[in-house]
Each structure stands twice: as structure tokens, then as C-alpha cells.
Design a protein around this ligand. Structure first.
Ligand SMILES: [Fe+2]
Length: 392
């Protein structure tokens, strides 16, 4: 934390103080406020959103910008760059397999489930070997996402979260299988419904059929699918307060694997553009999910998911306090607010000919100006993070 920020418990927050960032009860960053507190109603509103701590800005703040020499060509030659390229190719192959599997099931052609299972085992192995790269690729959207890309993203996130929580490899395989096929019931629905983001009441009733339809389709075609996988498919839209569907299940009656998939599913949905609905930035999506912690999703799952992903996941486009802007290339799980960034724009907002890497976990200890100020929509700056990360 830069020296001019004080982190205080919410109980000590008073009107007149200027709040910068807010954190949950265990100190995990939730979102940026950057506003003066004018009344107790605002403090109560923060409390209801799960805020336990906040950073306030002391007056008379000061800080000099320390200059860092650009690291020329380091980015283009880095091992990390090569690894991302390989991971992206593997991911494309897995998406293709899922597409073929779903098409076969839809048209009644045979597709061996053991072939799909070995693809899933492969995926888990790769995700656990290259967690940051896979999580990063989940964040980078092409803005024309399809059912199978979302399925693979959800499976990637679910297996990484399952491993982060210490689940056994057998359980991760069963959960990941469920996550990959969680929306398979949608292949039994009209195509136009799959692409829509907002439904009328009749359409919503049809959509609500997909969890049970998925179980039916799989059971008709395959025997011996693990019960955990079927629970994930059947319960991924149930919510702990009973507001979900298809069975309005409550609390611990819902399989914990299904809840885990539900958090990953909603995160990927929120960060994906769909129909007229704009994609949320990763930080916005996490803040939205935190708002329904304890009501719809277990709080500890959301906290662990945030820890896994990093507040600014790989592929996020961010502005630093100094004014520089760039793409996050590596997260730092010990200090979630301070990832490694490929700086693309200087402090005056000019695009750099030679982008350079900056690990702000190191620079921040020297200078608060390299702290991240906010996430930005890369499209507004004509930046395609996928292009930056994969093609250099
Ligand atoms: Fe679903």
C-alpha cells in the first residue's frame, strides 16, 4: 500500500473521509470508490455490499514519479509469450472437440465419451500446469462468444478453482466434465434462444428447462456418467437463497460442485458480450458477484475465486496512477493489486513504439504512482489484448 493510503476497518469510516478502494472482511479487494463519504447511509450501503475495510486518502499526499528504463524487446522474446501461444493453440483444439461432441449429440451421431474424457483430462493437466495462461485466455473475449467457448471457459475456471480449493484429482475430473457440459441441454432448444441475452417470460420458461434437459440428453446417449457431473449440470442455476431453477433448492442441499461451477459460469457470462448486453470488465464482474455473496453464492467460494483470478486477471487493460496504460500479462497471487503489466501507452497517453514490461509489485514499493488506478475497456483504446498477448 502506498504511504499516503490508510487502510481502516469500516467501523472507523466517518462522513468527510475520502474513500479510495474497498475490501471485504478478509482484506480482499472488492472495487474502487474514489469518493468522499457525505453521510452514514453510504457507509451502511458499503456494509451491505460486504465491505470490511477501506483505504482512505490522507490529506497533503505527495509522491514523485520515479522513471524506469524501458526493457526493450523483452516482451517479444519472453518464454511467457511462447507459452501463451501454445496454450492458445491447445485451447482452440479443445473448443473444436467440444463443438464436435455437441454437434454429434444433437444430430444423433456416435461420439465416444472416452474420447471426450481424455480431452477433459488433458485440459485439466494443461490448466494446472499453466493456470495463469489459461485463466488469462478465459478473460480475453472475441465479443462473438459461442456456446462451446463458454463451456470450455467454465470448465477451465472450475478445474482451476477446484484445484485451488484442494479437491482430489478424481473430483476435479468429475466437476470439470459437468462444467464442460453444463449447458448441453441448450442444444435441445431453438438456436435463436441460445444467442439471446434477455428473454420474455415464455422464453425464460424454455431456458429454465436446459439443466434437466442436459441430464436427459446425456443419460439417453451415455451410461456411467459420474453423479457429481450430473449434479453440476442439473444444479448450476440453483442459488443458496432458493431463487434459482429448476428446483429452487436452498443452501447445503445444492451440491457444492454445482455452486463452484455456478460462480465460474456467471463470471464468464458477465464478462462476455451477448446480444445488446455489453461485457463487464473483470473487476466489475467480481464486484457484481460479491454483491450477492451469501444470498446466491457462498462467500468463501467468491473470495477464493477472486484470489485465484487476481483482481486484474491476465488480459485486463489498466491505467496506472502515473497515467500509463497497459495489458496485464501476469498476476501476482501474493499481492493481487500488483500484477505484471505490458505498458503500451506513456503517461501522456501516447502509444509506445516499444512496449515494455513492468512488475508493479516491485515498483509500487518504491512509488505509489505505479499503482493501478482502474480497469479500462480495451476497445475504447483500439487495443485487442488477445492480439497483444498472443502475437506480441
Ligand atoms: Fe446454464
Amino acid at each position: 500500500m502506498p504511504e499516503f493510503f490508510d487502510k481502516i476497518p469500516l467501523q472507523q469510516l466517518r462522513p468527510g473521509m475520502y474513500v479510495n478502494d474497498v475490501f471485504n472482511g478478509t482484506g480482499i479487494f472488492l472495487f474502487t470508490v474514489k469518493n468522499k463519504i457525505t453521510g452514514y447511509h453510504q457507509i451502511e450501503s458499503l456494509r451491505r455490499q460486504g465491505v470490511g475495510f477501506c483505504s482512505i486518502i490522507r490529506e497533503n499526499q505527495s509522491g514523485k514519479i520515479q522513471q524506469y528504463a524501458p526493457v526493450s524487446n523483452q516482451w517479444l522474446n519472453s518464454q511467457q509469450h511462447q507459452k501463451l501461444k501454445t496454450v492458445n493453440l491447445n485451447r482452440k483444439k479443445i473448443i473444436k472437440t467440444v463443438k464436435e461432441f455437441m454437434a454429434s449429440v444433437k444430430t444423433g451421431k456416435f461420439f465416444s465419451f472416452s474420447t471426450l474424457s481424455s480431452t477433459i483430462e488433458n485440459l485439466i493437466e494443461q490448466v494446472l500446469d499453466n493456470t495463469d495462461s489459461y485463466l488469462g485466455l478465459c478473460q480475453i473475449k472475441s465479443y462473438n462468444d459461442e456456446l462451446y467457448t463458454h463451456s470450455v471457459n467454465t470448465a477451465v475456471l472450475t478445474s482451476a478453482l477446484g484445484s485451488h480449493l484442494g479437491y482430489s484429482s478424481d473430483k476435479i475430473l468429475e466437476m470439470c466434465t459437468g462444467a464442460l457440459l453444463h449447458d448441453i441441454g441448450k442444444i435441445g432448444l431453438p438456436d435463436y434462444l441460445i444467442k439471446k441475452a434477455i428473454y420474455n417470460s415464455d422464453e425464460l420458461e424454455q431456458i429454465k428447462r436446459h439443466p434437466l434437459l442436459g441430464i436427459k440428453i446425456l443419460k439417453q446417449n451415455y451410461r456411467n456418467i459420474a453423479p457429481v457431473s450430473l449434479s453440476v449440470i442439473g444444479q448450476h442455476h440453483e442459488r443458496i437463497n432458493g431463487s434459482g431453477y429448476p428446483n429452487c433448492l436452498k443452501g447445503s442441499v445444492i451440491d457444492e460442485s454445482a455452486m463452484l461451477c455456478a460462480v465460474c459460469d456467471i463470471y464468464d457470462n458477465l464478462t462476455t458480450e451477448k446480444g445488446k448486453r455489453k461485457a463487464c470488465l473483470p473487476q466489475e464482474a467480481l464486484a457484481l458477484i460479491f454483491q450477492v455473496a451469501d444470498e446466491e453464492y457462498p462467500r468463501n467460494l467468491i473470495e477464493n475465486f477472486t484470489k485465484l483470478l487476481g483482481i486484474y486477471p491476465v488480459g485486463s487493460f489498466v491505467r496506472l496512477e502515473s497515467g500509463e496504460m497497459g495489458v496485464v500479462t501476469k498476476t501476482n497471487r501474493q499481492t493481487l493489486l500488483f500484477p505484471q503489466i505490458l505498458v503500451l501507452f506513456n503517461a501522456s497517453g501516447e502509444r509506445l513504439n516499444n512496449p515494455f514490461l513492468r512488475d508493479i509489485s516491485k515498483s509500487d514499493q518504491l512509488n505509489g504512482n505505479h499503482r493501478i488506478k482502474c480497469s479500462l475497456d480495451p476497445q475504447l483504446f483500439k487495443i485487442d489484448p488477445l492480439n497483444v498477448l498472443i502475437r506480441g
